[in-house]
Design a protein around this ligand. Structure first.
Ligand SMILES: *[C@@H]1O[C@H](CO)[C@@H](O)[C@H](O)[C@H]1NC(C)=O
Ligand SMILES: *[C@@H]1O[C@H](CO)[C@@H](O)[C@H](O)[C@H]1NC(C)=O
Ligand SMILES: *[C@@H]1O[C@H](CO)[C@@H](O)[C@H](O)[C@H]1NC(C)=O
Ligand SMILES: *[C@@H]1O[C@H](CO)[C@@H](O)[C@H](O)[C@H]1NC(C)=O
Length: 569
């Protein structure tokens, strides 16, 4: 037994070594990409997050609303639970909660995409005609941009897509000096007042990230602009750029440009796997985007999510006049474990996003439709949570729940002094784990906890006294989340722009078996974690509120719901 196991490990080792290749930042393990799990494991599958029935999923692609139906396409491997053989899989929803699988919309079948159909976006053209621009990998392994349009516009499900005979529409040439291995992920296009379409494509030159700009009058013939829309030094390859107008009143159509309208440019950094964004102005005359002063233009700046959340994409939902964000959350298991599990990857709950009143950052909140899944509700009366205490929130299905908690009457005089060198919130959270007693905090939730607390994931706040204001830190501590030693248990952290002297401090966590998505300060900071409890599974999971600081806080509001299962694919 031990011997055959050892032989297996050696084989695994060699197949990893031999199968290993790198194609434009996508690591390829040929032995794994066509491997179907003989015994799929559903322990960690989710109940209301978007997942295909099996196999590998990564980036969300081309989300849109068309004729009352929500569409989500996604990067998918039909043959195994590891990355490879990538097609655009497709699902539709009438209620944004339950999803029906459809046939893959785009798969390799022409020279412009014969080696893969990678990420891209949809644009709704005049006459209510959706169009997809996506990256194809051509016979030379160059990254090129292609167009596909629906075969039948009367079919609201948009099952069949037809590729343009002009593909590829944008290709790297020596003349335009684009790196053919770093040229991908076209955005939703926008139409300028000059009736010209614009699109940006992620790229890099040496270490400088680039948003290469193209223009077109007819959406078929595209000409590269002299200058990128934007670039930033030392950020590396920009994947999945997203560029859109924002307001604090709600969502704006992607074509909205003009006086006083702020824009957001989001970039997915291949080097760090972080999605960061800046808020700024789109200068239409120069066709350039300029981040606002103080908006940090690298991943030490603002992020959609300070945990796991990558390759995200937004769309404008014209039916409800809101902008919605989708993002991919990968496994925190080592590759052989997720391949054995038979599936890999989840999409985060779609989030409404809008510009904060300060106009300095975005605010995010789970789409309201998800509240339809709320079942049994538990409310706790307002009570003081003394330092060193813990409170069980019972009568909800703790492995499949939605929890909202607010803290007030915080004993602010107990706050410790903020050290000015503490600029990295993730580092601060990992130094001050859940067990480290502070003046104010940690206080928050222990989720997916075993009764004996051998396992739990803690999502909590700490408050420090800064130079002229209080600083609120939000942490998601996975260090005790699983007895499986192979999982990635990185602790995540973020600063939350909330003033605890005159605001309640709120936390909402969506718990779904192996995922914990947390929204601090009403959605001003979000942290998503993947966890794999071995004890706190299903009915064995518990949920607690706790305060391990010395100062007391009042739980001013606490509601928790058991979540129903959605019908997903
Ligand atoms: C287009 O879709 C509509 C609605 O589903 C259907 O009734 C019609 O037959 C389709 N047309 C063709 C040519 O397939
Ligand atoms: C082009 O991109 C590839 C993939 O990241 C990289 O290995 C290569 O160094 C880049 N070439 C140049 C000239 O920057
Ligand atoms: C990020 O940008 C800030 C502000 O421009 C700069 O101070 C910092 O050094 C940059 N960090 C990295 C890692 O490039
Ligand atoms: C996927 O998960 C691994 C392990 O947690 C992590 O190191 C990596 O950055 C993740 N990739 C993305 C795209 O999130």
């Amino acid at each position: 037994m031990a011997r055959s196991c050892c032989v297996f490990l050696i084989c695994l080792f060699f197949s990893l070594m031999l199968g290993h290749g790198v194609e434009a930042s996508h690591v390829i393990y040929r032995t794994f990409q066509n491997l179907q799990a003989t015994n799929p494991d559903n322990t960690y599958r989710t109940s209301y997050h978007f997942q295909p029935p099996k196999n590998w999923m990564n980036d969300p692609n081309g989300p849109m609303m068309y004729k009352g139906i929500y569409h989500l396409f996604y990067q998918y491997n039909p043959y195994g639970a590891d990355w490879g053989n990538i097609v655009w899989a497709h699902s539709t929803s009438v209620d944004f909660v339950n999803w029906t699988p459809r046939a893959p919309a785009i798969f390799p079948d022409q020279p412009g995409d014969i080696n893969g159909c990678w990420s891209g976006s949809t644009t709704i053209l005049p006459g209510y005609k959706p169009a997809i621009l996506y990256t194809g990998i051509d016979p030379q392994k160059s990254q090129v941009q292609n167009l596909a349009v629906p075969k039948n516009l009367s079919d609201p499900l948009l099952i069949e897509w037809v590729k343009s005979p002009y593909n590829p529409l944008m290709a790297p040439t020596n003349l335009n000096q684009i790196n053919a291995s770093s040229f991908r992920d076209p955005t939703t296009s926008w139409l300028g007042p000059d009736k010209t379409w614009r699109v940006i494509i992620g790229s890099k030159r040496h270490r400088r990230g680039l948003a290469i700009l193209y223009r077109s009058k007819d959406f078929v013939h595209w000409v590269k602009a002299k200058h990128p829309l934007h670039s930033a030094k030392d950020t590396g390859m920009w994947e999945c750029p997203d560029f859109f107008p924002v307001s604090s009143q709600g969502g704006l159509d992607t074509n909205t440009v003009g006086l006083g309208i702020k824009h957001v440019l989001k970039l997915s950094l291949d080097d760090t796997k972080h999605d960061y964004y800046t808020v700024g102005m789109y200068n239409l005359d120069k066709d350039r985007y300029v981040p606002d002063k103080g908006s940090v233009d690298n991943d030490t700046g603002l992020r959609y999510d300070y945990g796991k959340f990558y390759a995200s994409k937004t769309f404008y939902d014209s039916a409800k006049k809101r902008r919605i964000l989708w993002g991919w959350i990968n496994e925190s298991l080592p590759q052989p474990e997720y391949v054995k599990q038979g599936w890999s990857g989840i999409q985060a709950i779609p989030r409404s996003i809008w510009l904060d009143k300060s106009e300095k950052q975005l605010v995010q909140w789970p789409i309201m439709e998800i509240e339809k899944l709320r079942g049994n509700r538990v409310d706790m009366p307002s009570s003081v949570l003394k330092g060193g205490s813990m409170l069980e929130i019972s009568s909800v299905t703790a492995a499949q729940a939605d929890v909202e908690i607010s803290f007030g009457e915080i004993e602010l005089e107990k706050a410790e002094l903020m050290d000015p060198s503490w600029t990295n919130p993730q580092l601060l959270c990992s130094r001050k784990a859940t067990s480290v007693k502070g003046g104010l905090g940690p206080f928050g939730l222990k989720v997916l906890a075993s009764k004996d607390l051998k396992e739990y994931t803690a999502v909590f706040f700490r408050i420090f006294k800064g130079h002229n204001k209080y600083v609120v830190l939000m942490c998601s501590d996975q260090s005790r989340s699983s007895l499986n030693h192979n999982t990635d248990k990185t602790t995540y952290g973020a600063f939350v722009e909330v003033d605890p002297t005159n605001e309640q401090l709120s936390l909402r966590s969506l718990i779904d078996h192996s995922i914990v998505e947390s929204f601090g300060g009403g959605g001003k900071a979000c942290i998503t974690a993947r966890v794999y409890p071995t004890l706190a599974i299903g009915n064995w999971a518990h949920l607690y509120a706790f305060n391990y600081g010395s100062g007391s806080v009042r739980i001013s509001k606490l509601s928790a719901w058991s979540m129903k299962k959605a019908l997903i694919n």
